[in-house]
Design a protein around this ligand. Structure first.
Ligand SMILES: [Zn+2]
Ligand SMILES: [Zn+2]
Length: 364
């Protein structure tokens, strides 16, 4: 595999040029791994599983929801009557702080280490019936502020080397509760995905003196064919190497390492692009669009990370309607990820959609 040399040169023409109609592999710049693309296969008939869209009518307050204001959670905790965002330690945390350090190494074959950490839950809104695209711009900006505060506060701890902020939305992605919320898992080690990106980012910065995503973003803005939407601070695009059908990458225009480095206008820009992108997702199949999304940003391991460039991945599972999802199975589990719809076609479809919320009655 080759790293991009950062100089203008043989840029493939529209839709990956000569490869637009034939099976090919694309290099994922961020992981250094390959993705198989089979554009001719997108027309095959589908007779497999059909997802049932979840019922869209939800009350503004649900007395049985453990995330709604004033309600009781597991272990006797009661939520305050919050009016904006609300953050608390996950009652069923996958990580916990304070255990004594321990390690196992049996002949170098069975290797394990203790992993301290903290899991937090962020309610985006007191309203049970909203999601990010339904919320007012100022309310989404409030969520951006909480993400930033949590990154800074958790990242400042000596036992935390990485802060993973993410959202699982919709039953199709295994979300346990429809109340709009996200999670933070902060831990001592840098987990696999951002660790791989760190290696790629460092290589590029050493060779070119710029961040990898700074160069990649410049090229995508020149070509335009995979850009979905943009504002003064952020660009949303379908990455050339996307695996999920409508996967997107949201990249800061300024090569900043983390949320902490954003100024007030850039925080507004982040809120704006998240809101508009998720609204387009809802509008795509006229459904509250499921996805897993999350930030990748500089580790908080005490080292300087000038190679890092803040970005947000959206991984939605839906393929061609609200009821047909993509599975990563068979060849994808055993060989490598594969897609039929090209990144260029996906971007074209997302670009054509309106930014207005799909669902009426939001705005809180
Ligand atoms: Zn609720
Ligand atoms: Zn990433």
């Amino acid at each position: 595999m080759t790293a991009p040399d950062g100089t203008p040169g043989a840029v493939p023409g529209g839709a990956a040029g000569a490869l637009a109609e034939q099976p090919h592999r694309r290099l994922d710049l961020l992981s250094g791994e390959w993705v198989l693309v089979s554009p001719h296969r997108a027309r095959r008939p589908w007779q497999g599983q059909v997802e049932r869209p979840a019922s869209e009518v939800r009350p503004a307050y649900d007395p049985t929801c453990y995330l709604c204001p004033g309600n009781e959670r597991a272990g006797g905790h009661r939520n305050p009557d919050y009016t904006g965002t609300f953050v608390f330690d996950n009652d069923f945390a996958a990580l916990r702080p304070g255990d004594p350090p321990a390690a196992v190494d049996v002949r170098g074959l069975l290797v394990a280490r203790s992993e301290p950490g903290v899991c937090r839950v962020i309610c985006f809104s007191p309203r049970h019936d909203l999601s990010l695209p339904d919320m007012a711009p100022a309310a989404v900006r409030g969520v951006v502020d909480v993400w930033t505060e949590e990154y800074e506060r958790l990242g400042a701890r000596s036992d935390i080397g990485y802060v993973q902020i993410f959202e699982n939305k919709g039953q199709a992605m295994g979300a346990s509760n429809p109340h709009p919320h996200g999670q933070i898992w902060a831990q001592r080690s840098v987990p696999r995905e951002p660790a791989r990106e760190t290696v790629r980012f460092r290589e590029h910065r050493e060779r070119h003196g710029r961040t990898l995503l700074e160069d990649y973003l410049r090229l995508e803005l020149e070509l335009g064919e995979r850009v979905v939407l943009a504002n003064d601070a952020f660009v949303a695009l379908v990455p050339f190497w996307a695996v999920w059908p409508f996967e997107t990458l949201v990249v800061s225009r300024r090569p900043v390492p983390s949320l902490s480095a954003l100024d007030a206008a850039e925080r507004d820009g982040l809120a704006d692009i998240v809101r508009r992108l998720t609204a387009r997702y809802d509008n795509l199949f006229e459904v509250s669009f499921p996805y897993s999304a999350g930030f990748h940003q500089a580790p908080t391991d005490g080292q300087p990370h000038p190679e890092w460039h803040l970005h947000l991945h959206f991984y939605p599972p839906l393929l061609r309607s609200a009821t047909v999802r993509k599975f990563l199975v068979g060849y994808e589990m055993l060989g490598e990820p594969q897609r039929d719809l090209t990144a260029e076609t996906a971007a074209e479809r997302l670009r054509a959609l309106p930014d207005a919320p799909y669902r009426a009655g939001g705005g809180a």
